[in-house]
Design a protein around this ligand. Structure first.
Ligand code: BG6
Length: 518
């Protein structure tokens, strides 16, 4: 019972009654004038403040190069909050109290004065806890991560071996490296100044309610966990499709591509949660140990196998939702002869006892017909002896669909008898929807992640060995693509489900890819 309560507290839906234990501190956001701060971080902090979840006292200091005052920055944030907050409208009284926590500190991260200015600001709070309990959020260019940590250390704002009760943590946005070698190097550099337990590598997918619910669903429901293995499951499909194209992010995307941007992190994280063994406890390390073991069990795909098991694609112009979308090669800051992939589908085999022989199919892409993320677990069919002839359109095997977004929920597909004097079968669905069951309260991923980082719980962040294992896996695929131009069959029209070659991955027969529904 105690274990279940713990499970609910750690991973389940947060209810009004849940409270993380948090100590007074200052959150310092580097890259404060960027999009992430105004679209995600400040709205998340505002909602946490509204819910009384932030520590008392608490401060937010933004650091960036642009000239701003506290007042002008607060006014900008308020405008953006009105646009991006999940709650309808801003409560003026609450905002008035919240904005007093926020201040702005102009500074260039390559200049020592920026750090001295920040230090003086922290000292000015006149409270040791606000000066020394520090959560640094690096919403800056990845090339600045290591140098910034080094300078924070040099200016005495992060300490690896603190002798007192104070703590410092650093949250690092993705991408964490662009391949295994750079991720290792970055890990080496930052762990000169920080213990692994002080490093919080973000993957915002882990902050999504439904992604957290994967573990609750699996490990608190005997009916599913008992059949979650090679004896009962035929295959698993993980789809993260996006309706948006690359838009204004062409510069970044040319360096990343879908494999680095989505597969290395979000899709492999979801795969790890769906496939991992039960952890020995709900400790961050116990959970992350099992995730990394699953990632290490993925059979590597390299050389000639890449062409058989991985399909890449790039969109050309097409119609989506009534509008004409340009080809990737015509997007701003994209080379007109770019070979960067905007779509990836792959078949992954997991060489462990539970999953031997069960393929996991992953796919993600931009400019696809729908924005949806879901995991479809397809069970093996029953023997074809009793009812097969009675099914109206061939008998479906059971399936469980974990809908991560939108319409978050879980859907069970099974066969039922159509009422009447004959024995006719039809597939039916049992559909659980978060909103219907728990109301529309769905915190944004960043709310959960910021709260966990303030509380010092790293369960929902990526450990060093996880990030490195994931890079090793995708690097082999990337090197097989290196220098190979895209062929005609690797293009897809915007508004379609990717190149046709992706269908062949599943053998070309039924059931094929099961596309999310609108
Ligand atoms: C980001 C990627 O990490 O995730 C983007 O860089 C992508 O390219 C985004 O659009 C998808 O996140 P979500 O939460 O909208 O599914």
């Amino acid at each position: 019972m105690e274990e279940l309560t713990q499970l609910d507290e750690l991973l389940g839906c947060r209810t009004e009654g849940d409270r993380r234990e948090v100590s007074p501190c200052t959150l310092v956001i580097f890259g404060a004038s960027g999009d992430l701060t105004s679209r995600k971080l400040i709205p998340a902090l505002y909602h946490l403040f509204c819910g009384g979840q932030l520590p008392e006292p608490f401060r937010i200091v933004g650091v960036a190069r642009r000239e701003k005052t506290d007042e002008s920055w607060r006014a900008e944030l308020k405008d953006d909050l009105a646009r991006y907050a999940r709650s309808k409208g801003i409560d003026e009284t609450v905002w008035g109290r919240f904005e007093r926590l926020i201040s702005y500190c102009r500074g260039d991260l390559t200049d020592s004065n920026a750090y001295e200015g920040l230090k003086a600001r922290l000292q000015g709070f006149g409270d040791q806890r606000l000066e020394k309990n520090l959560l640094f959020y690096l919403a800056i260019s990845p090339s600045q991560f290591a140098e910034t940590v080094k300078r924070l250390h040099a200016h005495g704002m992060v300490r690896k071996d603190a002798q007192d009760d104070h703590w410092q943590r650093v949250v690092i946005e993705k991408p964490f490296g662009h391949d295994l070698a750079s991720a290792r190097e970055l890990n080496r550099q930052i762990t000169d100044y920080l213990h692994e337990k002080q490093v919080f590598r973000i993957d915002h997918y882990l902050g999504k309610e439904t992604v957290q619910n994967i573990l609750v669903f699996r490990f608190s429901n005997a009916i599913f966990e008992g059949s979650w293995n090679r004896d009962s499951i035929d295959h698993v499909q993980i789809t993260v499709s996006e309706q948006l194209g690359v838009g204004s992010r062409g510069g970044y995307y040319e360096e990343a591509g879908a494999l680095r941007d989505m597969v290395q992190n979000h899709l492999l994280q979801v795969l790890a949660l769906v496939g991992m063994e039960p952890p020995v406890s709900l400790d961050a390390e116990a959970i992350r140990d099992e995730k990394v073991k699953l990632l290490q069990s993925m059979r590597s795909i390299s050389g000639e196998e890449v062409a058989k098991q991985v399909v890449r694609g790039q969109y050309f112009g097409g119609e989506l939702g009534g509008e004409l979308r340009p080809a990737y090669r015509s997007e701003p800051k994209v080379s007109p002869v770019s070979n960067v992939e905007t779509f990836v589908a792959m078949k992954i085999l997991i060489d462990n006892w539970r999953w031997s022989g069960v393929p996991f199919y992953l796919r993600t892409g931009k400019n696809l017909p729908l924005s949806a993320s879901e995991v479809r677990v397809q069970f093996r069919p029953v023997p074809n002896v009793l009812f097969a002839a009675k099914a109206s359109s061939g008998m479906d095997a059971n399936s469980v669909t974990l809908r991560l977004q939108p319409n978050a929920g879980i859907c069970l597909g099974f066969n039922g008898k159509v009422p009447g004097s004959t024995t006719r079968l039809d597939p039916v669905l049992m559909d659980f929807r978060y909103e219907e069951e728990f109301g529309a309260y769905t915190p944004e991923a960043y709310e959960r992640l910021l709260l966990e980082a303030v509380a010092g719980d790293s369960t929902l962040f990526i450990r060093r060995d996880e990030v490195e294992t994931a890079w090793a896996f995708v690097d082999r695929i990337r090197s097989a693509w290196q220098g190979k131009a895209l062929s005609n069959r690797e293009f897809y029209a915007a508004g379609t489900w990717g190149p046709e070659a992706a269908d062949a991955l599943l053998g070309g027969g039924a059931p094929g890819w099961l596309n999310p529904e609108a």
